[in-house]
Design a protein around this ligand. Sequence first.
Ligand code: UDP
Length: 381
Amino acid sequence: MRTCLSPNSVAVVLGTRPELVKLAPLIHELGDATRLVHTGQHWDEAMSGRFLRDLDLPRPELLTGVGGRPRAGQIAQSLGQLDAAFAEDRPAAVVVQGDTNATLAGALAANAREIPLVHVEAGLRSYDRAMPEEHNRVMVDHVSDLLCAATEDNVANLRAESLDRGRIELTGNTVVEVVRRQLPDRAARAALLAAHGLRPDGYVLATVHRPENTDTAEALGAVLAELDRIARAGTPVLFPMHPRTRAAVERFGLAGLLERLAVTEPVGYGDFLGLANHAALLVSDSGGVQEECTVLGRPLLVVRRSTERPEAMEAGFAALVQPGEELGGLARAWLSDTPERLARLAATPSPYGDGLASARIAALTAALAGRGAEPVVPLAA
Ligand code: UDP
């Protein structure tokens, strides 16, 4: 461990799959200083238990009665329990990541008790006020004491809101190191593809779960119809289905559109990376996948109205598409020049940093908590 933090002194508050993934490298850097608190927003084997194990994370303190509630109930339940936990045993710092209800609850709990607060992945903005995530990330940024921005764009977004320059640090994104560490080796990837009956560079990997794609039969039907057309035209489509999407398919009677897709339960993180690493095309509305595709060098169609991650588009890895014909048209165009596209992306560096973000954030967190740490080389702008 690089820092001089006391054992159990940094509360890392999280509640969902993407937070487990992105915070794993920082938790490893913090070592025994980590006090892991899980709000239980995603708390089942497929979305959480397996990730705690596979990412080698410590056993968390688990809050109760949070999962399955509407947004305000999740935040209120988490906030009350976090406040009691922090009153009983005050952390030297609290770390949150991203834009979930757990992120906001952790931030408000730290703020209420005047505990130094670190926001990992600060400064993302979609400017889409219909997304609860946008409200969560804006509120968290404004109460944080240390804003760990992944990119120069994220720094600029924070500066545009007049956030104090002294609180902002350019760190890179921890996704770079987690992908490098968790990607299975060549033999394991070959076995994985064989188990799914897939050929390298010969299939589409798709995930959708956001409300804009699952709240109405029209939107979900439009995505699934285009995936079905791709499969009909002969390119296999692997579709690990999020629990929210599965429920929506049943509710809207859309199961017929799944018949030609290779539908699975959500897969573990290593398997997801292994499958993404050899896909001819990714189709997703996930935030994390927009970053992971740049580390893996794979093309991605982002099925969303807006994005808070323009870097992947600007670097040529991703494009934003509407769920219907635009998705189908661009998918066919991109699948028609797969070898050239993959060669170009393999030669394009990820805009998300150099793999040292978690070391930088651990050192900055230690300094914020009043404990020294070895400095880490700054991220080249
Ligand atoms: N993921 C996974 N298994 C799957 C689908 C996704 O491990 O079957 C990973 C994916 O690589 C990414 C994260 O889950 O790191 C994304 O989670 P989600 O889409 O739920 O959240 P978002 O990133 O949109 O906030």
